[in-house]
Design a protein around this ligand. Sequence first.
Ligand code: PEP
Ligand code: MN
Length: 354
Amino acid sequence: MILRLRPGLAEERVQELRERLEAEGLRTARSPETARPVIAVLDRVPAALAAELEREPAVEEVVESPGVWRRVHRAFREGLSVVPVGGVNVGGGEVVVIAGPCSVEGAGAIREAAWRVREAGAQLLRGGAFKPRTSPYSFQGFGVEGLRQLKEAAEETGLPVVTEILDAAHLPAFLDQEVDCLQIGARNMQNFTLLKAVATAGRPVLLKRGLAATVDEWLSAAEYLAAYGCPQIILCERGIRTFETATRNTLDLTVLPLLREWTHLPVIVDPSHAAGIARLIPPLARAAVAAGADGVAVEVHPHPSEARSDGPQALLPGELTALVAEARVQAAVTGRSFHPPPRAGAARQPARRL
Ligand code: PEP
Ligand code: MN
């Protein structure tokens, strides 16, 4: 249950109400906003108390969450959340493009890819150093060395980075390399131990939707991050498994208007892992931004036939340039802005410790 209190309600009254709820054995969370206080009741409210709260003069509106998620519920905040990633805002009326190779494939390769991404006009660099591969015989990523290579490329180009973490034990290395945004991949969306550990890192988190996760399960995973200390969460729809086998996954754009109602978190779309086929990606990216996505994440490789993972879905740099131009148009059509990437050569904005 989420209690939206009367705007401007005195702080003592807010505290009194929280104490009353906690005296009933209910845990509560307070929205960070002060102008319009909101209290989320984290435990199930007994019916008699719920009826009382409906009549409570301090309470303007009682909102029931469709799930266990409350901190990430739309009603918990006044507006929509904006997540700054190394100085690039995700959400809040801006459209971003995250681009880069599937894997970090060496210092020279990621450097070249990062420059192509920057020249194409994308604002954030992606690339996996730790790869969750279906086959144990496939390239697993260069690990910590890959993180170093990614950081070098990021510093040179000025692009903040988003990269996947597979194991909580690797967190110190990610922090050492000043990774701007930690990605939780589809396969780990419900790895609750990892979610709890990553939530304490003081970094923004990109939470991909699980391969077969409902929106409710996805938001429950986001609630884990919020509950364990990370309010800076970006959701990423990347296709779900359906009966269809012609494409790698099925892109579920239905979630975009639905999540706008259910959560205040920014939502981006990864059409690359959804389609799995490069030529299908540009129209899906257009559709995603047109339907309200706060951005897209796409895989790009200067030499797709040499890619060590996901080559068939890698866009060429020239195709990325066209995709970025279209995202800019779609942003304008939907009343949002599109900014150029951060200045090259400038020191990256330090990742914010929260
Ligand atoms: C990735 O982004 O590199 C990735 C492995 O994606 P997903 O977790 O969506 O499969
Ligand atoms: Mn990939």
